[in-house]
Design a protein around this ligand. Structure first.
Ligand code: SF4
Length: 64
């Protein structure tokens, strides 16, 4: 599984970082989310899916 955040869509609600803090980090300057690595460990898949579903802006793109 791979994941990325659409920076031009993200509004910095932080919900993704609460759902999967090991995956989604927030930039200090604008609060937007980013991922340090787009490869999702198997044990983080469910959390990433929850973040994807919970993102109000649909800014999280998951590819299996
Ligand atoms: S929940 Fe969505 S809009 Fe909010 S910070 Fe995360 S990716 Fe951005």
């Amino acid at each position: 599984m791979r994941v990325r955040v659409l920076d031009d869509v993200c509004q910095g609600h932080t919900l993704c970082a609460m759902a999967a803090p090991e995956i989604f980090k927030l930039r200090e300057e604008d609060g937007h989310s980013y991922v340090e690595s787009d490869e999702v460990p198997d044990d983080k898949r469910d959390a990433v899916r929850r973040a994807e579903i919970g993102c109000p802006e649909r800014a999280i793109v998951v590819e299996d």
